[in-house]
Every structure is written in structure tokens, then in C-alpha cells.
Design a protein around this ligand. Structure first.
Ligand code: ATP
Ligand code: MG
Length: 283
């Protein structure tokens, strides 16, 4: 049995449970319970505040955890980051009132900055040779300048909407973050084996993200041109159609370039193009 800590409620809870479910590990959404058990995998789930996850894993009360990298960096907990998980993306940035004519980081010299991330901010300031006063507050950091608590803030930003609605402008980024899978450093061998099974499944789920499975019919004489447009995993799959002169081509395409690829394929005579979602890619 391996014990996994995830956020009990909040931004990472749902995506964490979804990743587990996609990996065939179903834990009840027991948000009010402290501990749950997977029905179909040797795994227990511990539901915690995100701030507590790195420390609990470092101390071994949980073996592994899913948490924002920002919390790992802030706590400085001695854990191994074993995977980036591709959700919960955000950044930790400095922001100043938008009325400030901002000249560069030297503006912060001697000024006060409100934050819930004093450790990351302290490191960033000292790396940049700026001495400023760090005011640690636990929440509602974005109102600190308007409330006269601090001159500026250092906080989590994703879209930037919260900053704008509080009359703030983002001026520098110290850290980029996403959800990560962390593990305790002295994981016993039997649990390391379970972790490897989890990683194998997470990787298969992760591989399929941002990719589509594409099938189409194409005149056989234009296959070489189609191959140039379709990188696929090893190479595209080709099957002859019952009608002479036509082939069916199957391949995997990145979401980002999907429409461009489809337009080019149409340009070389592709017909009946089907675009399908994929669940998993197992390498
Ligand atoms: P908890 O009650 O567990 O302490 P919290 O209020 O500290 O929760 P959430 O707001 O739920 O935390 O955010 C959890 C994590 O989600 C953050 O630590 C960060 O890694 C990530 N995240 C992604 N985008 C954002 C965002 N726009 N604002 C805040 N956190 C974000
Ligand atoms: Mg928290």
C-alpha cells in the first residue's frame, strides 16, 4: 500500500482526482474525510491543505503527493519532484499599483511587499540584489496596496484578471509553477514498485494530452505528401481501401497544429477526415 496526499479542496483537487481516475485509480471524493482508499489499486489517499503536503511527504506520513511546485519551493521540503503533471499552471510575480511609472526591479529597493510566499520572494530579491521589506500575510494579498498594508505584492498569477481588477500591474516573474508529483526520499522498495506502476499510468495519460488521433482517406499517389505532414509516433498507419487508388491513413497529431495539418491534408486530396480523442498512449 502506498499513501498519496492530495489537496482536500481547492484548485488542484478536481484535476488530481481526474488524473487518478484516468489512470484507473478510483478514490471516493471524500472531501470531508481525512483518509480514503482506492477500490482498485493499493493506494490510500490523505486529503490535506496544499501548504501541508510537501512537509507531510518529506516526513513520510505520506509517501507521495500531488501539489503545486510553488508550495514545494516555498516550504523547501526535502522531497523528490518525480513528475510535472501539466495542470495548475501559474506563476509567482511581483505587481505594483498601475499608476507607478515602473523603472525596473530597483523600484522595490526600500519598499514593502506583501506576500504569502516570503521564502521564494526573499530568494528572488537577494538573487537580484534588491533589499526590500517582506510583509507576510496569509490571504487577500492583492488588496494590500489599496489597503495601505504594503507598496506592492508578490503573488500567484494565472490569467492576470485578479491583478487588473485590483488596479495592479504585473512587473516581474520569479517562478513558474504547475502541479507536480512528489515522493519522499527514503521510499521503501515495495512502495517504490507501486510508485513505478503509478508513473507508468500517469505517463500514458500525459502522453495523450494535447494530441488527437486522425484518420482519413487519401489518393494512394499522394501518400508521400501526407507522410510529410504527419509525423505520428513511429510512422503513420496505411491501409488500402476497397476502391483501387485510395488508402486510409491513421496518425497522431498535436492539438496545437491540428487545423493547419487538416487544411494541408485537404489540400493534397484527403477526404473523410475523422479527428478522435485519445485516452492513453502506452509506450
Ligand atoms: P488550501 O486550502 O489547500 O491551502 P489554497 O487556497 O492555498 O488551498 P488554491 O487557491 O486552491 O490554494 O490553489 C492551489 C494551487 O493551485 C496553488 O498553490 C497553485 O499551485 C495552483 N494555482 C494555479 N492557478 C492558480 C491561481 N490563479 N490562483 C491560485 N492558485 C493557483
Ligand atoms: Mg494553501
Amino acid at each position: 500500500m502506498i499513501r498519496l496526499a492530495i489537496q482536500s479542496k481547492g484548485r488542484l483537487n478536481e484535476d488530481s482526482l481526474k488524473l487518478l481516475a484516468d489512470a484507473g485509480i478510483h478514490v471516493d471524493d471524500a472531501k470531508r474525510k481525512f483518509l480514503g482508499k482506492a477500490a482498485d489499486f493499493p493506494l490510500e489517499v490523505l486529503y490535506l491543505r496544499d501548504d501541508d503536503i510537501p512537509g507531510v511527504v518529506a516526513e513520510g506520513a505520506a509517501d507521495i503527493g500531488i501539489v503545486g511546485y510553488n508550495e514545494v519551493a516555498e516550504t523547501g521540503a526535502a522531497v523528490d519532484v518525480v513528475r510535472n503533471l501539466g495542470f495548475g499552471r501559474c506563476r509567482l510575480s511581483l505587481a505594483v499599483p498601475k499608476t507607478v511609472d515602473y523603472p525596473g526591479l530597483e523600484w522595490f529597493r526600500g519598499r514593502s511587499i506583501a506576500t504569502s510566499y516570503p521564502r521564494i520572494l526573499g530568494k528572488f530579491l537577494s538573487e537580484n540584489g534588491v533589499e526590500a521589506e517582506i510583509r507576510e500575510i496569509k490571504g487577500s494579498v492583492e488588496i494590500a496596496p489599496a489597503a495601505g498594508i504594503a507598496d506592492a505584492i508578490f503573488d500567484i498569477v494565472s490569467s492576470g484578471g485578479t491583478l487588473v481588477s485590483n488596479g495592479l500591474a504585473e512587473v516581474a516573474t520569479a517562478l513558474r509553477s504547475e502541479a507536480v508529483l512528489v515522493a519522499r526520499k527514503d521510499l521503501p522498495a515495495d512502495r517504490k514498485e507501486i510508485l513505478d506502476r503509478i508513473l507508468f499510468r500517469f505517463d500514458a495519460v500525459g502522453e495523450s494530452r494535447g494530441k488527437k488521433y486522425v484518420l482519413m482517406n487519401i489518393p494512394t499517389e499522394r501518400l508521400q505528401e501526407a507522410f510529410a505532414l504527419l509525423p505520428a509516433m513511429r510512422s503513420p498507419t496505411v491501409m488500402p481501401l476497397a476502391i483501387p487508388g485510395w488508402s486510409s491513413v491513421h496518425s497522431v497529431v498535436d492539438d496545437a497544429s491540428l487545423w493547419e495539418t487538416v487544411e494541408r491534408l485537404k489540400g493534397i486530396g484527403a477526404e473523410g477526415i475523422l479527428v478522435l480523442n485519445m485516452d492513453k498512449i502506452i509506450d
